[in-house]
Design a protein around this ligand. Structure first.
Ligand code: DX5
Ligand code: ZN
Length: 209
């Protein structure tokens, strides 16, 4: 199983966005995580298309776009056009999760949702995002209840023989990365642990070990 690290640009220095994106582009991380917050679905506002575009220009890496916004279906097409390779929306943010998944696929982009009670949606998805912190802010501590969610979801996916990836987001660092991969995660999002490290590239390598 491939081990994927997806550094969250939420913890980058927006005054030096180009520099920080290029630094991640040169690192061992395979994906780049983009946290879009609208101040309605979560109590924080991050950034949107104008900030995503220069990130897309500065790196050819897989762009993993995490929408923490209400009515994601209104903007899915524009995120695909802005260069998203995968779009995650929150199940509770839309009246029609299946419709949103199909719309993402129509745009030629991979579809993901962080819901836990997935049921019939699971075969429609490319990835499930488990939130291991309350969505809205970087730098929070990992919620211990997330271990059980990872194991349960891994079993669900494996029992049904589905090719769905598991990504975990929040409170990830080099100290829990190895155990998270071992528990069944495919991709780890890390914001403050990467950008707060003295040597972010070395930190990413440590997480992959
Ligand atoms: C939180 C975001 C995360 C955040 C993670 O709502 O979805 O992607 O950037 O930050 P850390 O790694 O610092 O917990
Ligand atoms: Zn995120």
């Amino acid at each position: 199983m491939e081990r994927i690290i997806s550094p969250s640009m939420l913890s980058a220095d927006f005054g030096h966005l180009d520099r920080d994106t290029r630094m991640i582009d040169e690192s061992a991380a395979q994906w780049i995580h983009i946290d879009v917050m609208d101040g309605v679905f979560v109590p924080n506002i991050s950034f949107g298309f104008p900030v995503m575009k220069p990130i897309r220009r500065a790196s050819a890496k897989f762009l993993d776009v995490h929408l923490m916004i209400v009515e994601p279906e209104k903007y899915l097409r524009r995120f695909a056009e802005a260069g998203a390779d995968l779009v995650t929306f929150h199940y509770e943010a839309t009246q029609d999760p299946l419709g949103a998944i199909r719309m993402i696929k129509e745009c030629g982009v991979k579809a993901a949702t962080p819901v836990e009670v997935l049921g019939e949606l699971l075969p429609e998805l490319d990835l499930v995002l488990i939130m291991s912190v309350e969505p809205g802010f970087g730098g929070q501590s990992f919620m211990e209840g997330s271990w059980e969610k990872v194991r349960r979801l891994r079993r669900m996916i494996d029992d049904r023989g589905l090719p769905v990836l598991i990504e975990i987001d929040g409170g990830v660092s080099a100290s829990n990365a190895g155990d998270l991969f071992a528990a069944g995660c495919d991709a780890l999002v890390a914001g403050s642990a990467v950008f707060g490290a003295a040597d972010p590239k070395a930190e990413i390598v440590k997480m992959l070990e």
